[in-house]
Ligand binder design. Structure first.
Ligand code: SF4
Length: 282
């Protein structure tokens, strides 16, 4: 490395350390244009909108590009192992229900390796918010096929086309009992900010599926494609109507907006009821 380049690199490291000391977090290191910037920003905006004290917030992630996010947020954070963000977040919330808990992770982490945990978080209605950033592949490891890679897509691990069909987290969460289900797109940051704020305000499990393009490895699921194909859910709709929500999710469209929202006791409420019942008996 030439001397000048080395000096510039050292200066960049020093600047990053200074910023880290000031804000208590590191600068995001996503590729320029990555959809994950918008998702991260929606968490900053939600903290501002809801006046969330960073000492009261825990951000949990698994592995993947988006898994690095807790390091870029001034809050408590837990960068766990692959696919295990939801069980870790469940433990955090049950240990201290007063905390705000946000999970952030990718489609590979949350629907492939950790796919078994989403139905249980949904059915138990634990009061946490899950931002599932979907770029339709494994970005951190250079673009291999993941659970949401479309059928027929060519990737480094599917050179003759993906033989499997993609998994839809909206349909899965709706049928498994999630009480807040929404889809946003990194290309519409204001809408995503509002959606994440509503998701955090919701008392129960909130799944926010974010179409978040990987500009480096995915040349198919791009901003252009989503700008052309995404549609807003109809304005007049009953958010409590599960059958309608499933109907919208089943259409061959990338609908954006809140599909479904319902009030229900949370897992923490149910545990508290059991504790009260046992205490009364004694
Ligand atoms: Fe984003 Fe893709 Fe770069 Fe990962 S590899 S930071 S998902 S653009």
């Amino acid at each position: 490395m030439k001397r000048k380049e080395k000096i510039l690199k050292d200066l960049a490291v020093i600047k990053r350390k200074q910023l880290a000391e000031k804000h208590g977090s590191l600068n995001p290191i996503f590729c320029g244009g990555c959809g994950h910037f918008t998702a991260l920003n929606s968490i900053y905006n939600t903290m501002y909108n809801l006046k969330i004290n960073y000492k009261n917030l825990v951000v949990v992630s698994g592995i993947g590009c988006s898994g690095r996010s807790p390091g870029f947020i001034k809050s408590f954070g837990f960068h766990g192992v692959h696919g295990r963000a939801l069980p870790i977040a469940t433990g955090v919330k049950l240990a201290n229900p007063k905390l705000d808990v946000i999970v952030i992770g990718g489609d590979g982490d949350g629907l492939g390796i950790g796919g078994g945990h989403l139905p249980h978080a949904a059915r138990m209605n634990i009061n946490i918010t899950y931002l599932l950033l979907d770029n339709s592949l494994y970005g951190l490891t250079k673009g291999q096929a993941a659970a949401t890679t479309p059928f027929g897509q060519i990737t480094p691990t599917t050179p003759y086309g993906n033989p499997g069909h993609e998994l839809d987290p909206i349909k899965l969460s709706l049928v498994q009992g999630a009480t807040f289900v929404a889809r946003g797109f990194s290309g519409y940051p204001d809408e995503l900010n509002d959606m994440v704020t509503e998701g955090v305000k919701h008392k129960g499990f909130s799944l926010i599926h974010v179409l978040s393009p990987c500009v480096t490895f995915n040349k198919s699921e791009t901003y252009d494609l989503y700008y052309k194909t995404c549609e807003q859910l109809p304005k007049k709709r009953d958010l409590k109507n599960l059958q309608k929500a499933i109907g919208y999710a089943a259409e061959e469209k990338n609908y954006l907006g809140i599909f479904y929202q319902k009030k229900m006791n949370t897992l923490e409420d149910n545990f508290q009821n059991i504790i009260n019942f046992v205490a009364d008996k004694r």
